[in-house]
Write a protein that binds this ligand. Structure first.
Ligand SMILES: [Zn+2]
Length: 134
């Protein structure tokens, strides 16, 4: 087993390996396989096969620069989508840790950490003070 690992490590020397783009392609291939189990679309088999071949080609490629550029391109193209999901996740975490109160006077939204008991909130906009339980 160790010997096999060593051989594989030797084989991978100077080769590109797995990156985010490959992981995305693999995930996509798996998703297509599942779709294909539910609704059989003959062309999907070919798509999955081509995707897997491409992933392996990228993994074992010695053109590290070229593969690196592909990965950058992928990250560039998906940055907006990925940042949308991360910001949603952060928002959810933020709501768990904080209350959002509205100032009764001016309607300014104020973020208060949860679990602090009764507190006096000072509105940053109109300086109105009000009591809240957090
Ligand atoms: Zn206010």
């Amino acid at each position: 087993m160790n010997n096999l690992k060593q051989k594989f490590a030797q084989f991978m020397v100077g080769r590109y390996g797995v990156d985010e783009f490959s992981r995305f392609l693999l995930g996509f291939a798996v998703a297509m396989m599942i779709v294909n189990l539910i609704i059989r679309i003959p062309v999907l088999n070919t798509v999955v096969l081509l995707l897997l071949v491409y992933v392996y080609f990228r993994m074992f490629s010695r053109n590290i620069q070229g593969r690196y550029r592909e990965n950058l391109k992928y990250k560039e193209l998906t940055w907006k989508i990925r940042s949308f999901f991360t910001s949603k996740k952060n928002q959810a975490a933020d709501l768990k840790a904080n209350h959002i109160y509205k100032c009764p006077k001016c309607g300014q939204k104020i973020r208060i950490p949860r679990g602090k008991g009764k507190i006096i909130v000072t509105c940053p906009k109109c300086k109105n003070e009000f009591e809240k339980k957090s």
